[in-house]
Design a protein around this ligand. Structure first.
Ligand SMILES: [Zn+2]
Ligand SMILES: [Zn+2]
Length: 113
């Protein structure tokens, strides 16, 4: 089945692509890649996400679904996430001992400070 022609979102030229003509699709993909590149330069790349996931798994194995608390007492929590103790911006790395496991609520409380 042939795709219907649609106007490019950027230049209105008719195209069979999903949303943009070939040129604008390429430009859009480039912008996307640049954004993703800067995200991984900040340290939030796939290796960090793996380390963070492993940190949460290790925490669960040891303590269960239990948040150590940030500004509150330790409490039961299933939405645990790992976060940098020393932020990347201040020279912190992705190694496990720079990761702190908190629930999402405590994590955002920590970032709000
Ligand atoms: Zn276009
Ligand atoms: Zn918590």
């Amino acid at each position: 089945m042939q795709r219907r022609l649609r106007p490019c979102l950027d230049c209105q030229e008719l195209t069979r692509n999903a949303s943009r003509c070939d040129a604008h699709q390429a430009a859009w993909q480039h912008r996307y890649d640049v954004q993703r590149g800067s995200a991984s330069q900040r340290g939030y790349d796939s290796s960090y996400r793996r380390t963070a996931a492993a940190g949460v798994t290790a925490h669960r194995a040891e303590y269960g679904d239990w948040c150590p608390g940030w500004g509150v007492l330790p409490h039961h929590a299933t939405d645990l996430t790992a976060d940098h103790v020393t932020p990347k911006a201040r020279g912190g790395g992705n190694e496990p001992d720079n990761l702190q496991v908190l629930c999402r609520a405590c994590n955002s409380r920590k970032h709000a400070q």
